[in-house]
Design a protein around this ligand. Structure first.
Ligand SMILES: NC(=O)c1ccc[n+]([C@@H]2O[C@H](COP(=O)([O-])OP(=O)(O)OC[C@H]3O[C@@H](n4cnc5c(N)ncnc54)[C@H](OP(=O)(O)O)[C@@H]3O)[C@@H](O)[C@H]2O)c1
Length: 365
């Protein structure tokens, strides 16, 4: 297998020098390119192991950071037994958060309720999704829980996010009780990520994040974070808990989030792009359509790839059917050129799809 020379490789080397711990990989035209920055002594050997295997062999291997402390310092390549598709094996483990790795594409389940919602989540897992995003306020934790229980994919292989604290609910609930309820509905002992769904001036951020940190301490949430926090609020939150994992915000080609993204990269948070297709608004864009046509991709794939190709960004598109689910997951199969990335970045026009009355003062876009 040929190792592709790329600027990503150089970036990995630079990170190696600064000893920043990070593992990231992607598939470029059916070849695996792995960039890793772990302990220099172990990186080279492990990278060679990973890169040395042929694609056929690779399809039956799973690469993940060793979870033994000190975290992320080693990789192991181990055989996996449960998989259904290529995407299932690779899981697009994109962003390292301490000892955990967040997949680059998740299934956003807003609006997917009841039996139909359950069936779609189950289908998503069968298609290879390993990240499911829900919230207490979507009214579908029970449906997601049923799908998790019915799926043959081991729970440990799935990244599950839920959210609590919404301005439309009482401001100071018993958060331990509420999370326990979510866990019961989701049929799991822990969530991978627990988010404050929306900032709320009536809720003390100090109190909320203190409670979340305690729940993390108890192992009920592996990581904690926020959602819909603009830059100033995120800075405040980080003063309270310095190691927040993520901020889930609206991000798509029509909305520039540069200041927030820079802060999040600086503080090592992951930007989870919600409404990544602007609920369909970007699908008629002529620039995206031209790229899609030229590359024989769908417009949704081009828009999603633009997101997940950015460092420290993952996306959680919603879908109404299995075809959309499948199509959206295929963003692992190709890369956009720098020119294409720049052309899409230039489409930003301040379009904000999710802008409720209770929303905060957003960053200028
Ligand atoms: N934290 C928050 O406050 C917050 C707010 C909003 C959303 N979210 C999260 O973000 C997730 C995604 O947001 P969203 O579902 O509102 O918006 P979205 O992902 O931008 O749009 C999803 C819609 O686009 C269409 N679509 C999806 N894939 C497609 C494809 N391949 N080709 C053509 N059309 C496609 C489908 O609608 P049609 O088929 O009907 O066109 C689908 O329902 C939510 O499910 C939720 O998990 C979080």
């Amino acid at each position: 297998m040929q190792i592709l020379p790329s600027s990503s490789h150089q970036m990995a080397q630079n990170r190696l020098k600064s000893h920043q711990i990070r593992i990231d990989y992607a598939v470029y035209e059916r070849q695996l390119f792995l960039k890793a920055a772990v302990q220099p002594s172990t990186w080279q050997a492990n990278a060679n192991v990973a890169l040395g295997v042929r694609e056929q062999t690779l399809c039956r291997r799973h690469i993940e950071p060793d979870t033994s402390p000190p975290i992320g310092h080693r990789m192991r390549v181990r055989e996996k037994r449960h998989f259904k598709t290529l995407y299932g094996y690779l899981r697009m483990e994109k962003e390292l958060l301490g000892k955990y790795t967040m997949p680059g594409i998740g299934f956003g389940t807003l609006g997917n309720t009841g039996d139909a919602g359950c069936a779609l989540v189950e289908a998503a897992l069968a298609e290879g999704y390993r990240y499911i995003d829900t919230s207490r306020y979507y009214g579908n934790e029970e449906a997601v829980g049923r799908a998790l229980a019915r799926s043959t994919v081991p729970r440990g292989d799935i990244w599950v996010t839920t959210k609590l604290l919404h301005p439309r609910t009482p401001p100071q609930p018993d958060l331990a009780f509420e999370l326990e309820k979510s866990l019961r509905l989701l049929q799991t002992d822990y969530v991978d990520l627990l988010l404050i769904h929306w900032p709320n001036p009536e809720v003390s951020l100090e109190w909320a994040l203190g409670e979340f940190a305690a729940l993390r301490e108890q192992g009920k949430a592996r990581t904690i974070g926020v959602s819909n926090f603009p830059t100033a609020l995120l800075r405040q939150a980080l003063q309270i808990v310095g190691d927040l994992a993520a901020n889930q915000i609206e991000y798509h080609p029509y909305l520039n989030q540069r200041p927030l993204l820079e802060l999040m990269r600086e503080r090592d948070l992951v930007l989870i792009a919600h409404s990544p297709l602007a609920r369909g608004a970007v699908l008629n864009d002529p620039v995206l359509q031209e790229i899609a046509q030229r590359r024989q991709l769908s417009v949704a794939q081009v828009a999603l790839r633009w997101l997940v190709q950015q460092e420290r960004v993952v996306a959680i598109p919603g879908a109404q059917n299995v075809e959309q689910l499948r199509e959206n997951l295929k963003v692992l199969d190709f890369t956009l050129t720098n020119e294409e990335m720049a052309a899409i970045s230039a489409l930003a026009r301040g379009t904000r799809i999710v802008n409720p009355k209770h929303g905060p003062a957003w960053d200028p876009a």
